[in-house]
Design a protein around this ligand. Structure first.
Ligand code: 0X9
Ligand code: ZN
Ligand code: ZN
Length: 419
């Protein structure tokens, strides 16, 4: 991490390029227990000595809830000494963040002409993959451009399912709302690949493709995704410029029309959970919300793929009140998680967002649910913090395989409970 000069103003976060950017930074985990502990975390966060990762903002940190945060290389001895002084125990999750960033690419690259679904791909590669896969599989896949990003990139959606002539019920799934959660776009690509691979066999997925369409957005926040490859691996938000602030971007998952900008969002453009200047201010959010509104009669489930923390969440996140079909959603989530776990034993927890994670308004899942899509889920894929957003490529395959089981379970349930 390059030294951010603290000039008495809030300095834009994440300023410089990738190379060596996080050299010597550490990631710590702790559970604050007292107001003094909270005050300490607020101080080091506001002076930018640390950057809160889990939850995503200092505003969401409370006592008795675990916090993961990055400490800049220049502040590690300071911060660790301070923690010892106030008697706050911590665990070192990562000794050197730069090493972790480099270790994401831990697979031996095989020279092959076919697309490698077990490595991370940049946007150029994904974009040409989208075009190619649609062109090569016209019987199963069609591509729709649903809009453009702030920086003018196309946002593509792949409609995956057997062409039947008449409209079919659909399951909507988006990946890459948050830029740094690279396993998410990797999963959407895996899903489409599996659809093509198993088409014509007697697998469950094949049956689903005959009866349903999957509407898949491989990368929604494309500008942020590009930025996470070129400038700052840990970028989360969009890349839109903010009026009257040097800080860039809005959290797309705080920008939907679901109790917008209330609990768990910030109206500070420098925050990682900034809700934006108004509802659907982000072109990416506007595009996906418009598409879903225009197809709300056929969309029977909404799935959104994030990382990390191994959770399956459903509405509500903006309130502690329970969804009207809470028991059904909890049951469905439990069975989906059991299916996922059956492959490699990966443990997931599940529940409403507010009760299992934190109160957070303006999220896509709550918005879709209130629009009338009664099966609405947020996946938080692997892991639980060892690698966090920097999940090594060697985990792409097992993560995608197990996640497929949960998605297939939900899709099959939805097919049997059409409404
Ligand atoms: O905070 C989020 O946006 C999601 N977690 S993440 O670590 N991927 O950023 C959780 C979203 C849960 N749903 C809502 N908050 N509506
Ligand atoms: Zn069959
Ligand atoms: Zn996310």
């Amino acid at each position: 991490m390059e030294i951010l000069l603290f000039l008495g103003v809030v300095v834009a976060s994440a300023v410089s390029g990738l190379a060596g950017h996080y050299q010597g930074d550490k990631v710590l985990r702790l559970i604050p227990e007292t107001d003094q502990h909270l005050q300490f975390l607020r101080n080091v966060s506001h002076t930018r000595k640390v950057d809160i990762w889990q939850p995503h903002s200092i505003d969401l940190v409370t006592t008795d809830r675990s916090v993961d945060f990055r400490v800049g290389a220049n502040w590690t001895s300071d911060v660790q000494a301070e923690l010892e002084k106030i008697g706050l125990q911590y665990e070192i999750l990562t000794e050197n963040l730069q090493t972790l960033i480099e270790n994401q690419f831990d697979r031996i690259r095989t020279r092959s002409f076919s697309y490698d679904y077990e490595s991370y791909h940049n946007w150029d590669q994904i974009e040409s993959w989208i075009a190619t896969i649609a062109n090569k599989n016209p019987n199963l896949i069609s591509r729709v451009k649903i809009g453009q990003s702030y920086e003018g990139r196309d946002i593509s959606l792949l409609r995956v399912g057997k062409r039947t002539g008449s409209p079919k019920p659909a399951i909507f799934m988006d990946c890459g709302i948050h830029a740094r959660e690279w396993i998410s776009p990797a999963f959407c690509q895996w899903f489409v690949k599996e659809a093509i691979r198993t088409y014509g066999t007697d697998s469950l997925l094949n049956c689903l493709l005959n009866e349903l369409d999957f509407l898949v957005i491989p990368v929604l926040n494309v500008d942020g995704y590009v930025y996470s490859w070129t400038e700052d691996r840990l970028w989360r938000k969009t890349r839109s410029r903010n009026f009257n602030s040097a800080c860039v971007g809005t959290d797309p998952n705080r920008n939907f029309n679901a109790q917008w900008c209330a609990n768990g969002s910030s109206n500070n453009p420098c925050s990682d959970v900034y809700c934006g200047p108004f509802v659907e201010s982000e072109k990416e959010v506007k595009a996906v919300a418009t598409f879903i509104r225009n197809h709300s009669s056929i969309i029977k489930a909404y799935l959104t793929i994030h990382s990390y923390s191994q959770k399956l969440l459903f509405p509500y996140s903006y309130t502690y009140s329970l969804a009207y079909n809470h028991n059904e959603l909890a049951n469905l989530a439990q069975n989906a998680v059991l299916a996922l776990q059956s492959l490699y034993g990966t443990q997931y927890t599940f529940g409403s967002g507010s009760n299992s994670l934190y109160l957070a308004s303006g999220g896509s899942d709550d918005w879709a649910y209130d629009l009338g899509i009664k099966y609405s889920f947020t996946f938080e894929l692997r892991d639980t913090g060892k690698y966090g957003f920097l999940l090594p490529e060697s985990q792409i395959r097992p993560t995608c395989e197990e996640t497929m089981l949960a998605i297939n379970y939900i899709a099959n349930y939805v097919l049997n409970h059409l409404y």
